[in-house]
Write a protein of this length. Structure first.
Length: 149
């Protein structure tokens, strides 16, 4: 399966399903997971996983990006990481309002109150062996149904 930002056909139906849904988030190092849950007779869960590079903005102004994540070997890592993670608090119980695939193969994810995550096309970054991705830059996992208890 090819996971590229430009693979609109693969992910647009999933993203479209998330529009208008309330979300929450979690941070793993400098990756973001945006979770969606819908309840009814069956609990439905889906998510968007975003690996670096990415930028988090409000009203087009940068709040932070993946490169600002503190390094885990820093002496003061725990308090700095907690402070950095707090920047994403507005995404908890926010509404995912839409998305935009751009012609340059980058992607914008939009949230309530003009928050946005921009995922640039990876090739826009310098050609550097240290920046080689061993993982997928982003992907969306569709709603999966589970029985509720």
């Amino acid at each position: 399966m090819d996971y590229t930002v430009s693979d609109r056909q693969q992910y647009e139906p999933i993203l479209r399903d998330f529009v208008g849904k309330t979300c929450s988030h979690s941070i793993a190092c400098n990756s973001i997971k945006i979770r969606f849950e819908a309840r009814g007779q069956l609990k439905r869960q889906g998510y968007i996983w975003i690996d670096p590079p990415w930028s988090f903005m409000q009203h087009g102004e940068l709040i932070t990006d993946a490169s600002f994540c503190p390094h885990y070997e820093d002496i003061d890592y725990n308090p700095r990481f907690k402070e950095w993670c707090n920047l994403f608090h507005p995404l908890n119980q926010s509404v995912f309002t839409g998305y935009e695939f751009l012609e340059d193969s980058s992607l914008n994810l939009f949230f309530h109150d003009s928050y946005q995550i921009h995922i640039p096309k990876y090739e826009d970054y310098p050609d550097d062996e240290d920046l080689e991705l061993w993982y997928v830059q982003w992907y969306a996992n569709p709603f999966q149904e589970e029985e509720t208890s």
